[in-house]
Design a protein around this ligand. Structure first.
Ligand code: FES
Ligand code: FES
Length: 930
């Protein structure tokens, strides 16, 4: 079915049967069914991710068949039965069991795809009660998920018929280590979770941003007043003149350089120059082509080479050579070490832009409440948003309230402001609520991407396989504004050694401005790109030395006493060797099977097995990184847990509560979660850099301990006493004695609690010196992936057969949620290795930009290693970013194992693989002739 453009055609009264109820709606017959369901009937469980039939988030049942509601014209379905997720509750027991299975298996992370998945699964199970795995993959194939890697969703659907007794909550002090069902899971599986686009305040105005259509252009507005006067319902046009405060924002204050609206010249395609605000339906139907602006296209620099060319114009006048920033870590004497090495290898590697492709496009609303502005939108960093909005409006930070909605996938891109400045400016000035939702195209055009990287490296080792030196240099295309470019440039040199001992080391990086949409944070801050180069290079080195690639890594793996390339000695908690060793028996068997398969192969299919390792520092690099958690004992005996860490699907709402519960020695069921609102939760920093389990978890651990001490002090009891919470009474058991006291009449403190504990944790790090020496992170996570692949050497296509992922997580607070992170990371790593590349200005949709579907994902075996960190809560380390890093290099090393071809331009798409194979064959032939 073709997609439908918004229309202003005449409304008709249409009769629909929605969730077994007859309803009438007034809408143009060509209106999208998804829009009618959401905006007229309030059934916001049906999500919209693309409005083009690509993502499946809008899936509903139409006469029992799963269809994309965004592709169905409402006029076509008069008197047909439509079922949304809200209506599935009338289908017990199937739906109840399916929901329970999704929760039990951890199949919903951010939850944005979950309604579409549940609807598709229901359609399948109603026609086939015992589907095979292939049936399930087929049924879910039209719904995209960016978080889970699909395996847990498939398992949940296959398990939906089992009569499970339901999970019992662990006893006091026994939550950590349990596969606790996500505490915030219910809303994700019943369609009541509220995302950025789901709140529609009565009378809210709409807002449309006018964006630059060129990579670089000067512009001049026509008569804006006349435009407003000519369009009934348009209230205002906002431009840079309407920013009352300092018109310059950015996630790293020292590098802030981005205006809300460009002034006279736009630096990248999609940059905002103005916004039209007015009645929502008027804004919806406006044709932006009629907006009075004249463009003068200017020469633009899209590539690193163009930006670095002698005489290239500066994109920012104060940044010579278009270099935003540099990173540097140097140790020992690289040249000397390479000169004496028995084997030296070198290579150049290049990776492209990668799009986050969150299923939920950016959305939210803002309203003015007296002298305060409230912004309710999807974000990973409410306090950072608050600071920038205050600066833009020229008001104190306390006058800005940020209330994060549920986040339908973030992966780093929702660390940056998107809709918030436009909404805040409009609502502040017009004193009415203002709402906006990015279209998929708008989201892909103007939000941040993974940095493309160009990397050159040389590595040397002695003949016994000991790494001697690595020389690494990388340039990152950081686009027109700084965003997280400085973080990428700083983090990569610290990590470019990989999790190995490298005594002589030089890693130099640059973030280069171009006239491209800004590159920002994307799961790993540059480390996944770097690992593609470094892990392939080390494979070459092992092969050159005739050493098994896994054993080469084990020989060189960091240990507790070996200094890292920044001179840091961890002392404990370095679990990388254990990760590699956990793969050894599987590696030996899989490599032998692949070799045997290839020896027998008569057709074009070859098998290969590759391995890669990773390490990743948890939290900010050598910068303060605090989280503050407050907990309060209520008069009813329950515990209020104020934690501002935004759960973007990774599970911090559950994990932080598990940690706090065990520190307090209370059942997790006693907790009331109060999350993410700058007016009521203390600052837990941003959700990024794998820091929430470690940093916020630690603050929650400390707060739990403190509250426990306060309670026991109040009761006059010893620190070993047991506390029983509940029913407005505390019961203390100690040395065979028991005493109780009522909380009901006790006075309340300033926070409204009987007792409050608030604790801040900031990981101990140190600044790096001019050679990058110091202690950049307090804790690192470690991991190793093994990839088994089948490759068609004639077509260049790769199928990943299996991934084994071993991760040292310190302490597995919730194994189900950790496996979910690993499987989701594997899926993104697979996409990065084989299919995902974003070309600015082309294919800004989920039809042309391919992300893995359920059919692309192999079985993933997760192995959890627990080598406790010295300082994490119960020894825990982060896992979010870690999980994505080793997948791509493991797959690329497997391609080399199967074919002898080293992929240097990533993603390794079939055309590139085929080209590399042909070049390899012809160089072999040439060598043979020579
Ligand atoms: S919103 Fe309908 S398929 Fe994406
Ligand atoms: S859980 Fe599927 S998109 Fe987030």
């Amino acid at each position: 079915m073709a997609s439908i453009a918004p229309t202003s055609e005449t409304k008709c009264l249409l009769k629909l049967i929605v969730n077994e109820r007859a309803v009438s709606v007034a809408a143009p017959p060509a209106q999208r069914l998804s829009r009618v369901l959401r905006e007229q009937l309030g059934l916001t469980g049906t999500k919209v991710g693309c409005d083009a039939g690509d993502c499946g988030a809008c899936t509903v049942l139409l006469d029992g068949e799963a269809v994309c509601a965004c592709l169905v014209a409402v006029g076509q379905v008069e008197n047909h039965a439509i079922t949304t997720i809200e209506g599935l509750k009338s289908r017990p027991p199937l739906f109840d069991r399916l929901q329970a299975a999704f929760l039990r298996h951890g199949a919903a992370q951010c939850g944005a795809c979950t309604p579409g998945m549940l609807i598709s699964a229901t359609a399948l199970l109603e026609r086939n009660a015992s589907p095979s795995e292939a049936d399930v993959m087929d049924a879910l194939g039209g719904v995209l998920c960016r978080c889970t890697g699909y395996r847990k969703i498939i398992d949940a659907v296959l398990d939906a018929n089992s009569e499970c007794a339901g999970s019992s909550r662990p006893a006091a002090g026994a939550s950590v280590g349990q596969r606790l069902v996500r505490l915030d899971g219910k809303h994700k599986v019943d369609g009541t979770e509220i995302y950025g686009a789901d709140e529609m305040p009565a009378g809210a105005l709409g807002l449309r941003v006018i964006r630059c259509p060129y990579d670089r252009a000067r512009f001049r507005f026509g008569n804006l007043e006349k435009f407003v006067a000519a369009h009934t319902g348009v209230e205002a046009i906002l431009t840079s003149k309407d920013v009352p405060g300092e018109d310059c924002y950015g996630v790293i204050p020292r590098f802030a350089d981005q205006p809300v609206f460009a002034h006279e010249e736009a630096r990248h395609r999609g940059e905002a120059v103005a916004a039209i605000v007015g009645e929502a339906d008027v804004i919806e139907d406006l044709d932006p082509a009629n907006f009075p602006v004249c463009w003068e296209e200017l020469p633009a620099m899209r590539t690193i080479d163009e930006a670095l060319a002698p005489g290239a114009p500066r994109i920012h006048p104060h940044r010579p050579d278009n270099v935003l920033t540099r990173g540097r870590v140097v140790r020992g004497n690289v040249e000397q070490a390479l000169a004496v090495a028995d084997a030296v290898v070198e290579g150049e590697f290049e990776t492209g832009f990668v799009e986050h492709a969150c299923i939920e496009p950016e959305a939210g609303f803002a309203r003015r409440v007296g002298d305060q502005i409230e912004i309710q939108a999807c974000t990973q960093s409410p306090y950072m948003d608050r600071a920038d909005i205050a600066k833009l409006l020229g008001i104190p930070a306390e006058a800005v309230r940020v209330i994060p909605t549920a986040v339908g996938g973030g992966f780093g891109t929702k660390l940056d402001l998107s809709v918030q400045p436009f909404l805040a400016l409009a609502a502040w000035r017009l004193q009415r609520p203002v709402r906006m939702v990015y279209s998929r195209i708008e989201s892909m055009t103007c939000t941040t991407k993974r940095h493309p990287a160009r990397m050159r490296c040389r590595a040397g080792a002695s003949k016994d396989g000991k790494l001697l030196a690595l020389d690494f240099a990388a340039d990152f295309n950081t686009g027109a504004y700084s965003s997280w470019g400085p973080t990428v440039a700083a983090r990569v040199p610290v990590h470019a050694s990989g999790p190995y001992s490298v005594p002589h080391y030089r890693a130099l990086t640059r973030a280069i401005h171009t006239n491209i949409v800004p590159a920002g944070a994307f799961r790993g801050f540059g480390v996944p790109q770097m690992a593609i180069a470094q892990e392939q290079l080390y494979d070459d080195l092992a092969i050159r030395l005739g050493i098994d690639p896994l054993e080469f890594r084990i020989v060189n793996a960091l240990d507790n006493q070996t200094p890292t390339v920044t001179g840091q000695i961890m002392g404990e908690g370095v679990g990388i060797r254990a990760c590699f060793e956990a793969l050894r028996s599987k590696w030996i068997a899989a490599r032998a099977e692949a070799v045997e398969f290839n020896a027998r192969a008569s057709g074009p299919i070859r098998h290969g097995v590759g391995v890669a390792g990773m390490w990743y520092g948890c939290g900010n690099t050598s910068l303060p990184n605090p989280s503050t958690v407050r907990i309060g004992l209520k008069r009813d005996g329950r515990i209020a847990l104020h934690q501002g860490a935004v759960d973007i699907g990774q599970g911090s709402n559950t994990i932080v509560a598990q940690i706090c519960a065990d520190a307090l020695c209370a059942p997790v069921d006693c907790f009331d979660l109060i999350s993410g609102d700058t007016s009521i939760t203390p600052d837990c920093g941003k959700t990024s850099a794998s820091r929430q389990t470690f940093v916020t978890g630690k603050a929650a651990h400390m707060a739990g301990k403190e509250l426990r001490r306060s309670i026991l002090r109040l009761a006059g009891s010893h620190e070993d006493a047991a506390i029983e919470f509940g029913g407005g009474t505390l019961t203390i058991r100690e040395g065979g004695k028991q005493s109780s006291f009522s909380l009901r009449d006790l006075p309340l403190d300033q926070y409204g609690y009987v007792l409050t504990a608030e604790q801040t944790f900031d990981p101990p790090t140190s600044a790096l010196d001019e050679n990058g020496q110091g202690r950049p992170y307090a804790v690192y996570g470690f991991g190793a992936h093994m990839a088994e692949i089948a490759i068609d050497v004639e077509l260049g296509t790769v199928r990943v057969l299996k991934i084994v992922a071993a991760h040292d997580v310190g302490r597995a607070i919730n194994p189900t949620l950790i496996e979910g992170q690993i499987e989701g990371g594997v899926a993104q790593g697979l996409g990065m290795a084989l299919m995902e590349e974003f070309f600015p200005g082309k294919g800004e949709n989920l039809h042309d930009y391919l992300i893995p579907t359920a059919g692309d994902i192999p079985p993933v075996e997760s192995i959890l290693i627990e080598d406790p960190s010295w300082i994490g809560p119960f020894g825990a380390k982060g896992i979010g970013e870690q999980a994505v890093i080793p997948t791509a290099p493991a797959i690329l090393n497997a391609i080399h194992h199967a074919t002898g071809v080293r992929m240097r331009r990533i993603p390794a798409t079939p055309d590139r693989i085929r080209e590399a194979i042909l070049a390899h064959v012809s160089s072999d032939t040439g060598a043979a002739r020579g």
